[in-house]
Design a protein around this ligand. Structure first.
Ligand code: TYM
Length: 379
């Protein structure tokens, strides 16, 4: 993995996920942990059974809490730098499943401050517009409006600024420099920002579980160093791998490079065009060769997207895999399966997004958890 880069702002190269576990000091999700989850939650989410969620910190502690009947809370987030893409479905729909299984409160941070300060050329108004669209996308994925609080940092900051001062005081510049690679030319907003991403882990005194891809891990390392000093628990995490870019497994998809991603707002024609043109194929150069030698689903992005997101039926997925490997299924046919699944998901999603407009106030201000949050000033 010498050339791979994984930071909260950049994922480049072919990621060696096992090596990240060693480098970041996290742990693999073992069969024993999966067994405990199965006992608690019933059938495992396919993102667990297919090892897309593969790493953790203190998941065993979280399971101890749940097995003893104690409450935990969930926290995740999104950065409104550009429109949401289907990679974001991984943390969001898995978090939704965890909320259904645990009944836990969930906090979803929308980091408009982060994306404004990080991107030099960005106007705050533009970021706000993207944030509002992200919020509709998140709501459309179907969380419990009474137990979920969605907030934008610039809006909720007044309730948490006192806590932010306490957290910020515990973290030195040398730490954020080492953890995030900040330099002398990093603006001071970005240097302060990690405080904001840590704050929701202190919203309750219970244990917090954070589902996210492994790129967000650096924040939690700092949180875990300071939490107990401040009278809180170390946050637990469950980390996923990245849905590969449409263009190939060597990177994370990004909405600013349209050929790498499918966006929630892409219409049916665009989806078809992008998949047909850009989806990296594990197939052979000609139909004759493909029939003879078969394709390689391990690097074929259409297959991988079905595995990660769009084919929940294990038997059906296995059939597609076998047919592709044997050469029975051609690359174009495999792409067509993905196009149909993607469009079915997106058409339904956009309908739910229209309905979501009516729920924004509930998630952000008037639902039970939202109201409680606006009446709480964190010390
Ligand atoms: P952001 O907007 O970069 O990403 C949002 C969430 O999506 C995950 N993610 C992916 N997962 C699988 N495959 C992909 N291709 C992919 N791309 C992105 C990210 O890991 C993340 O979980 N700073 C954060 C916002 C944030 C946050 C949090 C995220 C604030 N608090 C707590 C997670 C947990 C950000 O910019 O995320």
């Amino acid at each position: 993995m010498a050339d791979a880069i994984v930071t909260p702002w950049e994922v480049k190269g072919t990621v060696d996920y096992d090596r990240l576990i060693t480098e970041f000091g996290t742990s693999k999700i073992t069969p024993e942990l999966k067994h405990r989850m199965e006992k608690l939650f019933g059938k495992l989410h396919v993102m667990l059974s297919r090892d897309i969620y593969y790493s953790h910190r203190d998941l065993d502690v979280i399971l101890n809490e749940l097995e003893s009947g104690r409450k935990i809370f969930l926290y995740t987030g999104v950065g409104p730098s550009s429109e949401m893409h289907i990679g974001h479905v991984i943390p969001m729909s898995f978090t939704k499943w965890l909320q259904e299984k645990t009944g836990a409160n969930l906090y979803i941070e929308v980091t408009d401050d982060e994306k404004f300060m990080f991107k030099k050329e960005r106007k705050l108004e533009e970021i706000e517009r993207i944030a509002d669209d992200d919020i509709l996308n998140v709501i459309a994925l179907g969380f419990d409006p009474e137990k979920t609080f969605i907030f934008k940092d610039t809006e909720y900051i007044r309730n948490m600024y006192r806590l932010a001062t306490r957290v910020a005081k515990e973290v030195n510049f040398s730490t954020v420099k080492a953890v995030f690679g900040f330099t002398n030319s990093t603006n001071i907003g970005m240097i302060f920002y990690p405080t904001l991403q840590m704050l929701p882990t202190f919203f309750e005194k219970n244990y917090c579980l954070i589902p996210a891809a492994i790129d967000q891990d650096p924040y939690w390392r700092i949180q875990r160093d300071i939490a107990e000093k401040l009278g809180y628990r170390k946050a637990a995490q469950i980390h996923s791998k990245f849905v590969p870019a449409l263009t190939g497994i060597g990177g994370k998809m990004s909405a600013s490079h349209p050929e790498t991603a499918i966006l929630f707002n892409d219409d049916e024609k665009t989806v078809e065009k992008k998949v047909m043109k850009y989806a990296f194929s594990g197939g052979q150069e000609s139909i004759e060769l493909h029939r003879k030698l078969g394709g390689n689903p391990d690097v074929d992005v259409s297959f991988l997207w079905l595995k990660y997101l769009f084919e929940p039926d294990d038997k059906r997925l296995k059939q597609i895999e076998d047919d592709y490997r044997s050469g029975k299924l051609l690359s174009g046919e495999l792409k067509q399966i993905l196009v149909e699944k993607l469009n079915a998901f997106l058409v339904e999603h956009r309908k739910r997004k229209e309905q979501a407009r009516k729920l924004v106030e509930k998630f952000m201000h008037t639902g039970a958890l939202a109201q409680k949050m606006w009446n709480t000033y964190y010390e």
